[in-house]
Design a protein. Sequence first.
Length: 175
Amino acid sequence: MITGAIKNKVDKIWTDIWAGGITQPLTVIEQLTYLMFIRSLDEKEIENEGLEALEVKVPKIFPQTPEGQAMRWSKFKDKDAREIFDLVRDKVFPFIKTLNGDAESAFSRYMEDALLRRTRTMPSLLSYLGNFEFFREYKQEIEAAVSRSTTAEVFARRIQLIFHLQKAALTGEEY
């Protein structure tokens, strides 16, 4: 059962994004999805690094250069929102558009026109996504709450899509 506190958090995310100038529900979902995908790539890289410590061979997601490592969520999340926006727009998006070095994959075609929109609420968006555990901990409650409207249903589907995109991008599978 969804509690008032959880519903209030979900509602606050929507309200903040709307107040920041992004008023189309699908655009809100798209922007959150992009940011969540970037965050999840870094989480997967952290998981892979743990496996490497156990001498398990796993592929790297991000280039092992200073520029490549700067594209990781854990490296830029505490920077100024304007700096993050510029980094994501100019470095991270071009990188993820050709993930696995394949500019012709289904994933790359899907991401071809992807862009991060500038919003006045970028700091609060990053703060919400910095607390990604909130989405994991209350996944069922959030899904129940957002399934009550058509717009919210689209949001739930985009959240599911990000997990499928991550899996496909990391394994090189077509989807």
